[in-house]
Structures are given as structure tokens and as C-alpha cells.
Ligand binder design. Structure first.
Ligand code: TEU
Ligand code: CA
Length: 555
């Protein structure tokens, strides 16, 4: 297996709107990020993935871009960006940009031209189809954020496709001019010195020509089979690789809804010349009665099977990315761990152990290193996210599902859980802003904040710091082969890593009860690399306390 910097790196995701506000307008910004680089350096991360900072009307918080080569006013200026990049590089921190090119904003110049007339030069930059009439769209597809995936446009009496909000029209990647525009823009950023791209829904850029109706699960048809991993996606990525990516020392990670291990070997194969790695979503899709909305937890064996399948099937063939949360997901500790005060810290450390000891590049979402939790939403008025707002409207306000039934489901999964401001200290608004924050701060900031945790050697923060440092000292964490143990256990996630003569045993308890564990003979009495609770490992049988995690090492 090739050894590369991006396999050895730890990546930290910043959602700029919620990270640090430098000018008191209540919105995080670029200068805010620059002011916190020393914190990130101290944590030890190698790369920042910056969620979109481009000009945008913010229908979907920057994932609707109206100019790819300008900075959003809320976030600052291009000079601020250049300074952030230079200051990050000074500290040996790389910056990976979010590349959102499945769609643009409807306020992008290309779309404003495109909608003007059927013979406009930009018409074919987007996906236009005839419907039967103004009420009957071309097919039954539903958008990811509710309603039809087609929007009727009066100007030319046709519909345009938007897999996300109606202010996010999908680009037509089958048009070579669109690809050229995107590649030129990418080169412009690479020439500026950025270090890579996280590619938003890149598995969805190629749609099947026929666009048939999808299977109706609920109100609308599912576009998945016709838009995910479509007919030309690999061809387009290979073209992108040849024309742009291969010319720079950058890393790429594709956000690829619908990806399977088989497809990942193509997207992110060692020699397929597409991307370096992809985000898969199998472990964060519990599936519920109401689309993605559910408060049910998947059994541990389901989670383990998924992780193990990705670990083993990609081994030596493609590279994994490792994540438990991001800006679209609830907080990891609330979802996979236990955010009750007596278990929060240990379960957060246990989850970190479980993830960072696997093969792949780990991603830490801002605040995860503090064990930040889900937000205690009281009412739909608390939501800022278009997805949560629309979902409440479509499922609940419409009268289809009673509030008492739907509420626990939506607050368990709302993307706003991840988007509350970063908790820096115990002063007003958690030190995020001197103004009024654009979204409420989690009231637990007085307990959970960066200042308290950097001062406490036993904090979740210091545990993450140690895991990151261990990765630098132990190539086995990066390159070792993974093997699962106790696959049937609903309480313990146990696996080994092997690199030549070296071996690691990783033991993680997902239980809030004491659980007995038998140490495999070869590991009895071996040194402990890291643990979240003190224990001794020199006898065969031990008892694990709730959410206990440890790693033993044979050298
Ligand atoms: O997300 C796309 C995606 O695949 C979905 O999981 C989406 O996150 C949604 O939450 C479904 O519940 C990407 C971005 O990460 C997301 O923030 C954007 O809203 C979306 O694309 C559109 O650009
Ligand atoms: Ca600001």
C-alpha cells in the first residue's frame, strides 16, 4: 500500500458560520478561524476542511453558491481568506475547500442567464424538462429538502431539476462547457495554494438520461437509483483528475451518498485515478418510519458489521475516511455514545478510540473533540436549517404525523444539532460572539467548553490530542490490517490491527453496564497505548466499566 500524507493526516472540519465570530455580528467568519488556529495546532490536527465560504444567498448555509471565486460577505473578504491560508500554512496546517458543483445557487450568473430563454448560451448548463403543465412536473421525484425535485419556471414554461432546495438548481454535467468551467475554477483555487477538495454530493453529478419515475415511499418518488452513481460519474471524475487533480499535490474526498464498497474501490481505488477517499453513509442511516427522521438506535452489531465490511473490503485496494458526525449529522456522543452527564466524557473518549484506531483518515467535526452534545430543542422555532424547517412542515404541521410522535425523531436527527456555536469558554454565548448568535448556543457551554478542557489533562480534548499524537508515532494505526473479534457482541466493539510483527488490540464498550472481557492470551500483560479509564491488563479476565476503552500493544 502506498504511504501518503493524506493517509497519515487527521482532518478537522470547520463549519465557519458556527466556529468563531470576530466582529460581533453573531456569525462566525474567516478572521475568527484565523484567531483560533493556535488552538487547532495545539490539538495537533494536520488539515482543515472548510465548509463553503463562497458567496451565497444562504438558502442552505453556503451550499448554494452564487459565485465560486468570491467570499461570502458574512465571512469576510478574499484578503481574509488569503491570510487564513498563509497563517494555516505557517503552522503546517493544510486547508481543504468544499467543492459544491452538483448544483449552484439560482442566483449564480449561469442560472440567471439559463432561465432567461430556451436559446440562451447558458440554457444547457442546467437540467430543463417539459412538464405536462404548470402543475405536473416531468416525473415524480421528491427533493431532499421536501416537495418536488422540479421547479416550474414561468419565463420559459419549463421545469428545472433541483435534487436539493429550489434555490439549488442541478448543473448539467453532460455539457462539456460545464465541466470546463468547473475545472477552470478548481485550478484557480489550486493555484492559490489550497490543499484539496471535499466534493459535495459528487456521486450525484451524472443522471440517467431517461429520468423515469422513482419508487414512491411516501409523497414523492425516490430519485436515488437514477441520480446516485450515475452512468458517467467515473468518466467525469477521471477527466477532472487528468485535467486538474493530478497536476497538484492535493487531497480529495468525495461525499458520495449511495456508495457501496464495490463502488468505493472505483471512486477511491489505489490506481483508479479518481479521488483519494470517499465518505460512505451506511453507518449513519438508521432508516425510520418518516424518511431519515427517527429516534431509534441501530443495534451495535449492525454498526460493527458496516464498519468491518468497509475496513476489510477496502484493505489494500482503496482508502477509507472515518467519521461519526459532521455538519449534517447529530452529535456523535449523543447518537452513538451516551450524553448523560455521568457517561458523556467516557463515552466520547470511547468513540474516539473506536474510530481513530481503524484504518482510514479520521475526520473530527468541530466540538467533537470537546464531547459537544445535541441541542435541547424546545420548539420548531428553534430550527435554522432548511431541511428541519421543511421536514417539520411536510410531516407534522401538515397533520400527517402528530407532533408528540414526530418531535423526538426530528430533534434526534436535525442538522442544527451540529450547527450550534462552538463552545470556547464559559462567558456569555460561550465566547463565540460578543453579539447575538445566529443560532442558539447549547446551554451546557458552562460545563463543556474549550477553555475548561484544555486546562484539564483528563478531558475529552486531551484524549483526542493524545490519539492524534499516537497516530504520528505508530504507523500501525494508519497502515495496520484490521480484524474483528467478538462480532456477535451487542456490548463490545473489539478488533485488532496488525503491521508486520506489531499488533494492537482495541477494546471498546458501548454499554452503560459493567461487562466482563477475556483478554486474548497474546495480549495479557502487554503495555497499554491509551485508555479512558484506569485498569490492569495482566490477568485473563477483566471487568469493563461503562463505556470503557483501551488499546494494548505488542511490539
Ligand atoms: O449533503 C448531501 C447529503 O447527501 C445529505 O445527507 C444531506 O446531508 C441531507 O442532510 C440529507 O439529510 C451535502 C451537504 O453536506 C449538505 O450540507 C448540503 O445541504 C447538501 O449536500 C446540498 O449541497
Ligand atoms: Ca462575524
Amino acid at each position: 500500500m502506498n504511504r501518503t500524507w493524506w493517509k497519515e493526516a487527521v482532518i478537522y472540519q470547520i463549519y465557519p458560520r458556527s466556529f468563531m465570530d470576530s466582529n460581533g455580528d453573531g456569525i462566525g467568519d474567516l478572521n475568527g478561524i484565523t484567531s483560533r488556529l493556535d488552538y487547532l495546532k495545539y490539538l495537533g490536527i494536520d488539515v482543515i476542511w472548510l465548509s463553503p465560504v463562497y458567496q451565497s444567498p444562504n438558502d442552505d448555509n453556503g451550499y448554494d453558491i452564487s459565485d465560486y471565486q468570491a467570499i461570502m460577505d458574512d465571512f469576510g473578504t478574499m484578503e481574509d481568506f488569503d491570510r487564513l491560508l498563509a497563517e494555516a500554512h505557517k503552522r503546517n496546517i493544510r486547508i481543504v475547500m468544499d467543492l459544491v458543483v452538483n448544483h449552484t445557487s439560482d442566483e449564480h450568473q449561469w442560472f440567471m442567464e439559463s432561465r432567461k430563454s430556451k436559446d440562451n448560451a447558458y440554457r444547457d448548463y442546467y437540467i430543463w424538462r417539459e412538464g405536462q403543465d404548470a402543475q405536473t412536473p416531468p416525473n415524480n421525484w421528491g427533493s431532499c429538502f421536501g416537495g418536488s425535485a422540479w421547479q416550474y419556471d414561468k419565463e420559459t414554461e419549463m421545469y428545472y431539476l433541483h435534487l436539493f432546495s429550489k434555490k439549488q438548481p442541478d448543473l448539467n454535467w453532460d455539457n462539456p462547457k460545464v465541466r470546463e468551467e468547473v475545472f477552470t475554477m478548481m485550478k484557480w483555487w489550486c493555484d492559490k495554494g489550497i490543499d484539496g477538495f471535499r466534493m459535495d454530493v459528487i456521486s450525484m453529478i451524472s443522471k440517467t438520461k431517461e429520468m423515469p419515475d422513482g419508487k414512491v415511499n411516501d409523497l414523492y418518488g425516490d430519485y436515488g437509483p437514477f441520480c446516485m452513481n450515475g452512468p458517467n460519474v467515473h468518466q467525469y471524475l477521471q477527466e477532472m483528475n487528468e485535467k486538474v487533480l493530478s497536476k497538484y499535490d492535493i487531497m480529495t474526498v468525495g461525499e458520495t451518498p449511495g456508495v457501496t464498497t464495490e463502488l468505493a474501490k472505483q471512486y477511491a481505488g489505489e490506481n483508479t485515478h479518481e479521488l483519494n477517499m470517499v465518505f460512505q453513509f451506511e453507518h449513519v442511516e438508521e432508516g425510520g418510519k418518516y424518511g431519515k427522521w427517527t429516534d431509534e438506535k441501530a443495534p451495535l452489531t449492525t454498526f460493527k458489521n458496516i464498519m468491518t465490511r468497509w475496513q476489510t473490503e477496502l484493505y489494500d485496494k482503496a482508502w477509507n475516511s472515518l467519521f461519526l458526525d459532521n455538519h449534517d449529522q447529530p452529535r456523535a456522543v449523543s447518537r452513538f455514545g451516551d450524553d448523560r452527564p455521568e457517561h458523556r466524557e467516557n463515552s466520547a473518549k470511547m468513540l474516539a478510540t473506536c474510530l481513530h484506531m481503524m484504518q482510514g483518515t479520521p475526520y473530527i467535526y468541530q466540538g467533537e473533540e470537546l464531547g459537544m452534545t445535541n441541542y435541547p430543542f424546545q420548539s420548531p422555532k428553534d430550527f435554522r436549517d432548511i431541511e428541519s424547517i421543511n421536514a417539520y412542515e411536510e410531516w407534522c404541521a401538515s397533520g400527517r404525523v402528530p407532533h408528540e410522535v414526530f418531535w423526538p425523531c426530528i430533534i434526534a436527527k436535525s442538522r442544527d444539532n451540529a450547527r450550534t456555536p462552538m463552545q470556547w469558554d464559559d462567558t456569555k454565548h460561550a465566547g463565540f460572539t460578543t453579539g447575538t448568535p445566529w443560532i442558539a448556543v447549547n446551554p451546557n457551554y458552562t460545563e463543556i467548553n474549550a477553555k475548561a478542557e484544555t486546562n484539564d489533562p483528563n478531558s475529552v480534548f486531551h484524549y483526542y490530542k493524545k490519539l492524534i499524537m499516537l497516530r504520528k508515532q505508530n504507523p500501525i494505526m494508519v497502515y495496520g490490517k484490521y480484524e474483528p473479534l467478538l462480532e456477535e457482541s451487542e456490548e463490545l466493539f473489539v478488533y485488532t490491527r496488525t503491521l508486520e510483527k506489531e499488533k494492537l488490540l482495541v477494546v471498546c464498550s458501548f454499554s452503560d453496564q459493567a461487562v466482563p472481557f477475556i483478554i486474548p492470551d497474546e495480549f495479557i500483560g502487554m503495555p497499554c497505548l491509551i485508555a479512558n479509564i484506569e485498569n490492569t491488563y495482566d490477568q485473563r479476565e477483566i471487568t469493563l466499566r461503562p463505556y470503557e476503552a483501551f488499546v494494548l500493544q505488542i511490539k
